[in-house]
Design a protein around this ligand. Structure first.
Ligand code: ZN
Ligand code: ZN
Length: 71
């Protein structure tokens, strides 16, 4: 019976570490994009517009793009 409890704890720890890994792998918008978004717009920087066309966040302005998870 004790070993099944240990297994449960290990499972909880593993799922928790998976969850935090997923959190870390989120694409971040650049600051100027977030600012523009708050104003209900999209950033008009040429680099940001180009990135948005590709469905990405502008990396020049501090945004990050996490490759889509392969399943
Ligand atoms: Zn911008
Ligand atoms: Zn930009």
């Amino acid at each position: 019976m004790k070993s099944s409890k240990i297994l449960l704890i290990i499972a909880a720890l593993v799922s928790a570490s998976f969850a935090s890994a997923a959190d870390a792998a989120v694409s971040q918008k650049s600051k100027c994009d977030l600012k523009a978004e708050k104003a209900g717009k999209t950033c008009d920087h040429a680099c940001c517009v180009a990135a948005a066309k590709d469905g990405k966040n502008c990396e020049k302005c501090g945004g990050t793009n996490v490759a889509a998870a392969k399943k």
